[in-house]
Structure formats: structure tokens, C-alpha cells
Design a protein around this ligand. Sequence first.
Ligand SMILES: [Zn+2]
Length: 470
Amino acid sequence: MIKVTLGLMLGFAAAATTEQPRGQLAFEHVSIVDLATGSVLPDMLVVVDAGRIASITDAKAAGAQPGATVVDATGKYMIPGLWDMHVHITDRSYLPQFVAHGVTGVRDMGGGLSRPTDGCESVEPVTLQAWRAEVERGELVGPRILLSGPVVSGTGWRTSLSARTPEEAVTAVASLEALRMDFVKVYEKISLESYLALAKAAKASGMVIAGHVPVETVGLLDAIHAGQRSIEHIRDPLLMCFTAEKDELSLFFAQDGWSEADVKWGWLAHAQCPDILSAVSNHAVWFTPTLVVEHAKVAVEDPRWAEKRLQSWLPRSVRDAHAEYARDKRAQMPEERASEHRWWEAQKKMVGRLMQSGASLLAGTDSACEGGLPGEDLHSELELLVEAGLTPRQALAAATLEPARYFESGDERGLITAGARADLVLLDGNPLEDISNTRRIHGVVRLGQWLDSSRLAALRDTKAQLPVEP
Ligand SMILES: [Zn+2]
């Protein structure tokens, strides 16, 4: 059940671009990475016309492509454009960065109603909609963008829509509809009664709900049964499922210095795990672990980590927030640092366990929150998913096939097939052999336009496009 406007928005591939005439593109001798089978189809000819894949044929049998821009793709691997399913767009400069890194679709998880932001909140919806329109008109290189707008929360947080009562929850959904948002981002501290009213109102409006689970009041099983479409981050109650071994969990509590009350809560959460893990495999629910944000808690120890972020092209307010994050983490006591490492190891184990349980995962980065780098982080997320136990094919699916399944849109297939929208990435290496090969981007097709390596390099070079500081 995806909102009608999503279907309309997904239709924007047909919009004309001003930057380059939209002739046919012919990729000759390309190896297609088929994520449905996990195989590579060598020496193919892929023809793109008017933003769609017109045909896929054996390159040996194909004739000349008169009038088409021909790309010799010998030795190159073609994958569908990647989705980052959890971002916070703080600045217009993010959009070309995503595409330069092969990210041709993003789900913005919203939050902000003002600027500047620390990177964990997107800017106000009207601005995001204006940038999205620029992309659609071909005036700005950028990904497809799905928007949640302000989060719906019971926290009383100033930039959120309030859902402290069922009535407020219904009003919040109406507000998001009026803002023409694509889905509802649910946040925390919402009573079960209000949460269920929110889920019902969203469903009636044809919007999915996605986001955090207000775990104190709602619980993961309640959320799954109420139809929450995606659950963001591996947070405490789910994290308690990282192991089935009671001894391991006891050790975890002890080493982490949990209080008696905390341990009691932890065992309760752990007791629910078998039910949760069986529910995830037979419900239409996706998990977005955002491992890259969790990894930042330990990666911050590497001085190069902070240096890279401070010297990045990000807006000053975001760079300042990243610097503060690094300072805070480094100022932690040794036992706190040890605890961060244990949490990180538990996160990875939990993601591996989710995958084994038949859960559906989405690749998301929370960029540019807590040290995030828009675009680049998606590749780190894919690598971390593999480190957590996914195969490269499963990790790639989390950024292609699984988003397509999540959207339930025939238009978004996450596969290279005739008739599919042609948001494509051409790689210099086989990502099924080494997931890091997704970083070796030779070119990108976005809105039917071929962006070759020199064009991508120009997009990445942000010196000329540094954000205007407010
Ligand atoms: Zn977020």
C-alpha cells in the first residue's frame, strides 16, 4: 500500500533533462550482475531509451546501434542504481554527491523544520520538495527522493508532529498528507493507543509508517503486527537477540555493568526474541540496521576518521557536529570505550542473526548524522553488512531488490530487466566477488543520462559547489 503520489513521483523518469539530449544509450559487451540469480551475464548489449531499458541482448548477435551513444563496456559490470534507504538531506550539495557515488535513490527520514541542522535532521519539507523538483526538471543532478517530512512523536520535540493522543495521531497524518509527504516517519514515546490510531490513519491515507519503534510502550511485535513497514536501527530490545546463548548474554550484562533492573529488562526482551525472529520472516517488514552509524562509535578512534569529516565538503553546521561527536567519544572513560566495542560486535551479530532468520534488510546510512558522509557511506554500509555475515549478493540486494520490494512498485524493480527504469551503475569490478567493487564506479545512468567517470569526478569535486553557509 504505497501512497498514490509515490506512483506519480516514480513516474518522473519520463521528465526531460536540460543537460544533455536524451538519445539512446548502448552499452556494448557489458557484464550484467543479475541479483535475482546471483550470476553474471557476460558480453551483453543493454540499450537505454527515454530513461528505460529498451532491450537486453547478446552483444555478439547484435548489430550497430545507429544514432545511439555507444559505451564500450568491455570488462565493466552493470548493477541497478543503489538506494540509500535512510538519509537526512541537510543541504542541496548532497544530491550530486549521492549520484556521483552510484546512489540513484534515497529515502529521506526527515525531521527538521529549520536550518542549520547538525546532520541528523533533514531540512524543511518545502525546501526538499523544491530540490526534488530541480532534479526532476534536470537542473540538478540528484537521486530520486522519497520524503517523510517531520517525524511523528510523543516526545514533544519541537520539530516533530505531536502524537500524544489518538486524536493528535490522526491530525499528524492529515498534516503529512497536506504537506504531500510520501510516508509517515514514526518516532518515540507514543502510547500504544496513539500508535495504533496512527497506523490506522496512515493506512487509510495510503501511506506506510516507518521509523523507530516506541519500544517502551509499543514493542517490536506490536509494531510488526500493526504493519510498520520498516524498523530503523538495531536498538536495545532487538539487540538483546544478538545471541541465543544465555551465558553470552550474562557476560554481556556483567561486562557492561548493567544494573539489576536493566538486567531484568534485558532478560524480558531476550525472552521475546524467538517470537520476533519468527514474525520477521512472515511479515512485510524490513530492517534498516544503519551499521555505519554504529560503526562510527568505534571508527572514531582512528584519527583519519575525524580528519576526513572535518575536511569534507559538508556544511559547517554538520562538520561542527561531527567534530563534537568525535570529541565526546574520545573523552569517554576506557570502560565506556570498551562498552561501545561490545555494542558494535553485538550489532553485527544481530544483523547476521536477522539475515539467518529470513528477515528483509535495507541498506541505509543515516547520512549525514554522527560522522556520516552522504553517498560514500552507502558503500561502507554494504561492506559492513558483508562483515556482519551477508553475502555480497545479499548486501547488494539490500540496496536494490529489497527497496523495490519495500516500495511494491512495478516501476522500481531493483533488477536490470527490459522495461525497467534505467538508473544504472557501471563498475570496474565484479561486486559479487568483492563488495568493495561497488566503490569502483566507471559511470552512472540517471534519468536516462550517461554520466561518465570524468563527469562523476566533477560532481565529486565540491570545491566549486561548497554549500552557502546560512
Ligand atoms: Zn535517521
